[in-house]
Design a protein around this ligand. Sequence first.
Ligand SMILES: Nc1nc2c(ncn2[C@@H]2O[C@H](COP(=O)(O)OP(=O)(O)OP(=O)(O)O)[C@@H](O)[C@H]2O)c(=O)[nH]1
Ligand SMILES: [Mg+2]
Length: 373
Amino acid sequence: MPSIEEQITALEEEIRRTPYNKATQLHIGRLRAKIAVLRLEREARARGKGPGVGYSIRKSGHATVGLVGYPSVGKSTLLNRLTAAESATGAYDFTTLSIIPGMLRWGGASIQILDMPGLVPGASKGRGRGREVLSVVRSADLVLFLIDPDHPNLRALANELEGAGVRINQRPPRIVVQRTDRGGLTVSSTVRLTHLAGGAAASIAREFGLHNGSIVFREDATVDQLIDVLAGNRVYLPALFVVNKSDTLSAEERARLAADLKGFDPLFVSARDQSGLDLLVDRIGRALRFIRVYVKPPGRPPDLEEPVILRQGDSVAGLLRRLPTDLDRAFRAAQVWGKSARFPGQTVGRDHVLADEDIVTVVIARGSARPAA
Ligand SMILES: Nc1nc2c(ncn2[C@@H]2O[C@H](COP(=O)(O)OP(=O)(O)OP(=O)(O)O)[C@@H](O)[C@H]2O)c(=O)[nH]1
Ligand SMILES: [Mg+2]
C-alpha cells in the first residue's frame, strides 16, 4: 500500500498528464477531490501524533497579523521597526526559530504582529517546521507577505498556504452542504452552473463520502470551491503583499517588479531605512476593518471617549466578550443607536451585527447585582 504522500504525488502526476478539456473536466475534478480527501487524512494523522505539534502562541490585542515570507526577507527587522519587540535578526537563513510577538497601536486598536520562522517550499508537507508555522498563520486575522526583491517568487509561497487550507483574499463560496442519514443526494442551484453542470457536483461529493443530503449553490462555483466547502477546514484571510529592501532597488528595477506583481497591489518598503512604514501601518489597520462601538449606561450619556474596538462583522456577542464577564452572564438584550439599527434604540439580541460608531446599551436581567455598563 503506497503511503498517503505517494498517493498524493501519483494523483498530482496524473492531473499534470491529463489535458484539460470538456471531456476530462470531471475526471480532473474527481482527482482533485481525492487529493483533498488524502490531505485531510494526512492532517488527521499529524494531529494524532499528539502534543508537541505546533507553537503555543497566546493571542492578544484586537487582531493578529502573521508575517509570512521566505527566510532572510527581513521579517524580524520589520517587526522590530513596527513594534517594541526585539526579535533577533541575521544575514543568514532561519535566524528566527520560534514565534516572536510584538504589539502595534493603530487608532484605539492594538494589533499583535507575529514574527515567524521563514517558510520554504514544501512547508505544508512539514519542511522547516512549516506545518507549525502554517497552523499559526491559520489563526491570524491578516497575512502579511513579505517579499525580497531578489526572490519575488510569490506563487510558490501562496501555494504553501493553499496547501494548508488558507485562502487568501477570497470570500467563502456560497454553497450550503447538508448531510442526512438517508434519502440520497440532491443538488440544486439558484444560478446556472457552468463548471459543475450535470452530475459533476454529486460525483465530487461522493469522493468525500457524501451520499445523502443536499448541496445548494448560490453562485456559479468552481470545482475547487466545492472541494473547499466539502473539506470544511478552510480559513479565508485577507492579505497584504509587501516588498521589503526597496532601498536596494533602482527606479527601473522597482518599476519592473511592480509590473510583475501587479495583481497583488504590492507596497514597497524598507525596514532598514524605515521608508513606507507609515503607509504600511495604515494599510494594516484598514485591512483589519476595525469598528468603534460606544457603550451607553442606561439613563446616562454614552462614553464617547473610549470606544470598544471590534471588527466588521462582529455582533453584540463580540461586544460582550470585551466587557466584564458578569455583564455577559446577566445579558438580557441590547439597545442600539446608529447605522446597524433599523430605528434609534432598537432592541436586539446577541446575534445582531454591529456597525462603526454604534451606541449600545446592555440591558441586564432584573435583580442582577451589578448595574449595566
Ligand atoms: N538592505 C536591506 N536589508 C535589510 C532590510 N531589512 C532587513 N535587511 C537585512 O536582511 C537580513 C535578514 O533580516 P532578518 O530580519 O533577520 O530576516 P528574517 O526574514 O527575519 O529571516 P529569518 O528569521 O531567517 O527567516 C539582515 O541582514 C537584515 O539586516 C532592508 O529593508 N533593506
Ligand atoms: Mg527572522
